[in-house]
Design a protein around this ligand. Structure first.
Ligand code: NIG
Ligand code: FE
Length: 379
């Protein structure tokens, strides 16, 4: 057994209403778990001491990312900044590049992106497939993702690939047939880009069929919904008890009413609005209505090529009406709940020592000092 005493904590955020935080708090981590929380002057002996010298909080949980891809779409981003619109069509470019990459190259790309996340304070990350869109390339995307996380999501229904463009129904059958059965070996989750406003993505009815097939194959549900305009995604997610509906850029009052009191978390992805020049969702209204809100990166080559949760927190505060306290909660506990992981996004005795430290006296600095690399993993 090896134990570490963490002191020098200027602020401790636990997200646990039952854990009392004393002045000058300290904690002990024993064999990867938090084993004691209390006042530094009462701390029991430990094998090593680690001065945090800053704010300690649960590691960010990034509940939405598409890290398995090759290729570059910086030109597409640049065109959007001067007026081009995003409709999901660029995904085909990434599919082509991803199919052409070797396994070694894809693995190295994912490894570098996960490392980049960890350097900025992220702990557990969810990783989706969705740039293979044929059986071998979806399966290897899932296999590679599974090397880095247990939160693996099958997104064979990302868009209809070019070779199926004149046979949408054929592609849906293909996804929920052979591809899904094999994907279920690696994935915990199934996701679908439910977006009737894009000719490339899936309608509400197609999405329902795909999600129900995924559930029958043993997968749990997540939904990309309401990204490009009003649509059925959020209400479908609630109806099917999906763990999360992600984007939520365009929500009607009826969508919000459906989310209130449901077990479906609304995950906002502020980097997407930033990178696609679309309006930011009103997270203030969601929170005030009683909806559970999470923040994630959506790191992907099309709509947001950023791994930085601190950046997402800054945007959520500046553009979505969230307080820094709410945004930090959403990027830790909210995001954990969107993965139905009660063990994450919290610091209490017994929880895994997924800890992040900010080089700042309190968490307000995350939004107050945007773009400054304040966050890093502790331990
Ligand atoms: O979450 N909206 C669908 N999928 C991704 C974007 C994928 C891409 O453009 O490469 C998203 O925004
Ligand atoms: Fe996404």
């Amino acid at each position: 057994m090896s134990s570490t005493l963490i002191t020098g904590i200027t602020e401790l955020i636990t997200n646990d209403p039952d854990t009392e935080v004393p002045p000058d708090p300290a904690l002990i981590v024993t064999d990867g778990r938090v084993s004691w929380i209390g006042s530094a002057d009462r701390a029991p002996a430990a094998d090593t001491a680690l001065p945090a010298e800053g704010t300690v909080l649960p590691a960010f949980v990034d509940s939405h990312s598409h890290l398995v891809f090759d290729g570059d779409r910086s030109v597409e981003f640049t065109a959007r900044m001067i007026g081009a619109r995003y409709d999901g069509g660029g995904i085909a470019t990434t599919v082509e590049a991803t199919r052409a990459a070797t396994d070694e190259r894809l693995r190295a790309l994912v490894e570098a992106r996960v490392a980049e996340m960890r350097r900025q304070g992220t702990g557990v990350v969810e990783i989706k497939s969705g740039y293979g869109l044929n059986t071998p390339d979806e399966l290897r995307s899932l296999r590679i993702a599974a090397e880095f996380t247990s939160e693996v999501t099958f997104l064979g229904a990302h868009v209809v690939p070019v070779e199926y463009r004149s046979d949408r129904a054929g592609y849906v059958d293909f996804v929920i047939g052979e591809m899904l059965q094999r994907a279920a070996e690696y994935a915990r989750w199934i996701d679908v880009f439910c977006e009737p406003n894009s000719p490339h993505a899936f309608t509400g009815e197609e999405s329902r069929e795909i999600l129900l097939a995924g559930r029958a194959a043993g997968l749990e549900l997540r939904v990309h919904g309401n990204q490009l305009g009003h649509g059925p995604g959020a209400q479908l997610a609630v109806e099917l008890d999906a763990a999360s509906v992600d984007h939520c850029t365009y929500l009607s009052d009826a969508d919000i009413d459906a989310l209130v009191g449901s077990a479906t978390v609304a995950t906002v992805l502020p980097g997407v609005e930033f990178s696609t020049h679309s309006p930011y969702p009103d997270a203030r209204k969601l929170i005030d209505s009683g909806v559970t809100v999470a923040i994630a990166s959506d790191c992907n080559p099309g709509t947001c090529y950023s791994t930085s949760i601190p950046f997402m927190i800054s945007l959520a505060v500046r553009e979505m009406g969230m307080t820094p306290t709410e945004a930090v909660w959403a990027a830790t506990r909210g995001s954990a709940l969107s993965l139905r992981r009660d063990d994450l996004g919290v610091i209490k005795v017994g929880s895994p020592a997924e800890l992040t430290v900010l080089d700042a006296p309190n968490h307000l600095h995350l939004a107050y000092r945007p773009g400054v690399p304040l966050a890093r993993r502790l331990l």
